[in-house]
Design a protein. Structure first.
Length: 82
């Protein structure tokens, strides 16, 4: 559902009435700083995830060097005498 230009104009008028023309530059700069911080955090997180994935795929999984032995133990069957 597209946003109608009339809605955008109405929202801008309401914001102008609530905050006044003097505070709009402050709000704009605060919103810009918040968006920059969000982008920075997002890019840092994606870089960290991609580097950890690359590190995990570049190092081969270490195989168990000790051979696994399967020992079969034979226990005498218990006999019950009645």
């Amino acid at each position: 559902m597209p946003i109608h230009p009339l809605w955008i104009a109405a929202i801008l008028v309401i914001v102008l009435i609530i905050f006044g023309p003097g505070r709009l530059p402050e709000l704009g700069s605060a919103a810009g700083k918040a968006m920059r911080e969000f982008r920075k955090a997002t890019s840092e997180l994606s870089n960290e995830v991609s580097s950890s994935v690359n590190a995990a795929t570049s190092t081969p999984a270490q195989k168990d060097t000790e051979p696994k032995t399967t020992e079969k133990t034979t226990e005498p069957a218990s006999s019950t005498k009645n």
